[in-house]
Design a protein. Structure first.
Length: 306
């Protein structure tokens, strides 16, 4: 909240509403003339928001993927953009804790994993069709899984006998595919990286993040803050790159006689923020969180395509 620098009469966007934890804190700081736009692709999140905050005229709930935030801002805050945008990436705790959503290997449930259960294909259907080479690539690149080939082979062999339809079936396959001793030596569950990789692939999360970051930069008013909390290196690298590319001129090239003109649109605020030991103790899911903050520069034009 300090990084977002909320003004009582400002307009803010919570790009990942979840169950409204951040939204509630923003609303606590807004006055009667303030506005909070909150987005979520999950119908359960929107339904919760309508029940919990439906009477608050300062809140506009919009069901959409945050990659579409530019269009929402143009519709609801068309004059000068917004004064702050918050992104809390990944899945929410209620999604992880709902067995029927299929995000967690800790709960028996259908292998779904869709952030929006009304759109796209489930993880089970994706696994039934994906090519083995592509599966290896997804597990290695999106899950940073060093045993990607072994796991992909095990999945392909298993699905030839019967479809992989549940979280427990996939978790058991992954654990069995691991080399002897590797699962015991790991600090995390053997299926953690595989579940992460498949979830990211099913929801095209990294592509959506890239689009959302560019849309956010375009949608900020001068002086507006961008605050992004990520939970793994794939996300954080994209956030860091987007801020760097908007804040600093590209390196000069010997092939070009003169460098093209560059007008920075952002400046980074502070350093990377990590959770304290106390926070990790009280909220273990925060242990991998990383927060980056940037501010829109006043001399950069606002608008354009998002």
């Amino acid at each position: 909240m300090n990084a977002l620098n909320v003004r009582a009469d400002g307009t803010y966007l919570d790009a990942t509403f979840g169950r409204g934890g951040h939204a509630r804190l923003v609303l606590d700081r807004l006055g009667a003339r303030g506005l909070l736009i909150a987005l979520d692709a999950d119908p359960d999140a929107i339904a919760f928001g309508e029940r919990e905050f439906g009477g608050d005229a300062r809140l506009r709930l919009v069901r959409c993927n945050f990659r579409d935030l530019g269009a929402v801002v143009r519709d609801l805050a068309p004059q000068a953009g917004v004064d702050g945008i918050l992104m809390d990436l990944g899945v929410s705790s209620p999604q992880l804790d709902s067995p029927e959503r299929g995000f967690s290997f800790r709960h028996e449930g259908p292998l779904d994993m869709r952030l929006d259960p009304d759109t796209g294909v489930s993880a089970a259907d994706w696994l039934a069709e994906v090519d083995e080479a592509q599966l290896v690539k997804v597990l290695f690149e999106l899950g940073e899984e060093k045993f990607s080939r072994r796991i992909a082979r095990a999945i392909v062999e298993a699905r030839e006998a019967e479809p992989i339809r549940t979280t427990s079936a996939l978790a058991a396959l992954v654990e069995k595919a691991m080399p002897a001793g590797a699962a015991r030596a790991s600090r995390i569950h053997p299926a953690t990286r595989t579940f992460q990789a498949i979830r990211i692939a099913v929801n095209a999360e990294l592509d959506a993040l890239d689009e959302a970051l560019q849309a956010a930069i375009e949608s900020l008013a001068p002086g507006g803050r961008l605050v992004v909390i990520s939970f793994h290196s794939l996300e954080d690298r994209r956030v860091k790159r987007a801020i760097r590319e908007a804040a600093t001129a590209p390196p000069a090239s010997r092939r070009m006689p003169s460098a093209p003109s560059f007008s920075p649109r952002l400046k980074a605020i502070g350093k990377l923020v990590r959770p304290t030991e106390q926070e990790q103790s009280s909220n273990p899911r925060a242990r991998s969180a990383r927060m980056r903050v940037a501010e829109r520069l006043a001399d950069a034009p606002v608008g354009g395509s998002a």
